[in-house]
Ligand binder design. Structure first.
Ligand code: SF4
Length: 359
């Protein structure tokens, strides 16, 4: 059984300055064809059982409730974790109630910053106070959990700004945070207009402050960019990090079935006329084994070496003995699991390069 499913909703009201995801301004010309093709794609798999379902984008909360329901109803009724990504300006009281009625039990809210000037720099269409009102609305609903996204390292953002964002986050008593450093992507508005990345020392100081402050407040830093209160892990994201299969449906979605990754077309025009047109990624067993290591070491749960050895027909400790020795101060072991300590997570990319150099 494939335990998880990601559905990509590629439409946005406007385009944020840092974004290079597959997204397009909502377009009536394509919408009904897109919806029809998406429903056909999902129904082709006749899914009867699902552990986690995630509607991401784009901006899923832009969909009307009837459109949302017609896509949602292609899936089984009972799903352990059903997350919808929302933007504050498109999540009103009625929509939130309808989501709950349709089995959604987790919202991931794109807040990005609680500073109105920085929100404007990012071309976000909401203010900080709008985001706070939506957070309070979610807290009053019967949703069992929710998350917000924040970004740090934004143009001209100071350490003081980061401290204020974290302090506002903590004052709102939110169960989960995904926090990312700004990456200047070539195809984003920032990339095209020559915005400079944040100074790397300042960015490292910001991240250290974020990590220490959230941990001191009782949050678990369970993945490089993810913090939660006990019991509020993102089960869906854990499926990616723990080397599980997942369906990816929709224009611009990626999935993995029987260990084989695929990317659906990112051309909305092509998707609307021909459907998903997946390209399968031809990975060798050792490439898949490396993917599993890269994902698992992002998390505090690390890699289960016994399972990895069985699945990838290798001996982790023997094969990577030189890397384990070189970074021995950064690795921790717990039974069959190996994981990185906080200092190791800070240099994860450097460590992974050394893993990749081993044939
Ligand atoms: S960040 Fe989200 S809301 Fe903004 S353009 Fe990208 S997908 Fe759309």
């Amino acid at each position: 059984m494939v335990p998880s499913c990601y559905v990509h909703i590629p439409f946005c009201d406007s385009i944020c300055a840092y974004c290079d995801f597959v997204r397009i301004q909502k377009n009536e010309q394509f919408f009904s064809n897109w919806k029809e093709k998406l429903i056909q794609e999902i129904q082709g798999y006749k899914i009867t059982n699902l552990h986690t379902l995630y509607f991401g984008g784009g901006t899923p909360s832009l969909l009307s409730i009837s459109d949302f329901a017609s896509i949602r109803n292609c899936f089984p009724k009972d799903i352990d974790e059903f997350t919808v990504e929302c933007n504050p300006e498109s999540l009103d009281e009625d929509k939130l109630k309808s989501y709950v009625d349709l089995g959604v039990n987790r919202i991931s809210l794109g807040v990005q910053s609680f500073n109105d000037d920085l929100l404007e720099v990012c071309h976000r269409k909401h203010t900080a106070s709008q985001a706070i009102s939506v957070i309070e609305r979610i807290q009053k609903s019967s949703l069992s959990t929710f998350s917000i996204d924040l970004i740090f390292g934004l143009p001209n953002q100071t350490m003081e700004d980061v401290k204020k964002d974290i302090s506002t986050f903590l004052s709102l008593d939110i169960p989960h945070l995904s926090i990312y450093s700004l990456q200047i992507e070539e195809n984003s508005i920032f990339g095209k207009t020559g915005v400079e990345p944040c100074d790397s020392d300042l960015e490292a100081d910001m991240f250290e402050y974020i990590t220490k402050t959230l941990e001191a407040a009782g949050y678990i830093h369970y993945e490089i960019s993810s913090f939660c209160k006990p019991g509020h892990y993102s089960k869906h994201n854990l499926a990616y990090w723990q080397d599980k299969d997942f369906y990816g449906f929709g224009c611009g979605a990626s999935g993995r079935i029987n260990g084989i990754r695929y990317d659906n077309t990112s051309s909305l025009k092509k998707y609307c006329s021909l459907g998903p047109c997946p390209s399968y990624i031809n990975e060798t067993l050792s490439e898949r084994a490396m993917d599993a290591i890269m994902m698992a070491l992002r998390t505090k749960f690390g890699l289960n070496m016994k399972e990895w050895n069985l699945k990838y027909q290798n001996d982790f400790k023997v094969h990577y003995a030189s890397v384990l020795d070189k970074y021995r101060a950064y690795f921790c072991f717990d039974g069959e699991c190996i994981f990185l300590n906080d200092a190791g997570l800070e240099i994860l990319n450097t460590i992974l390069v050394d893993f990749m150099l081993i044939e």
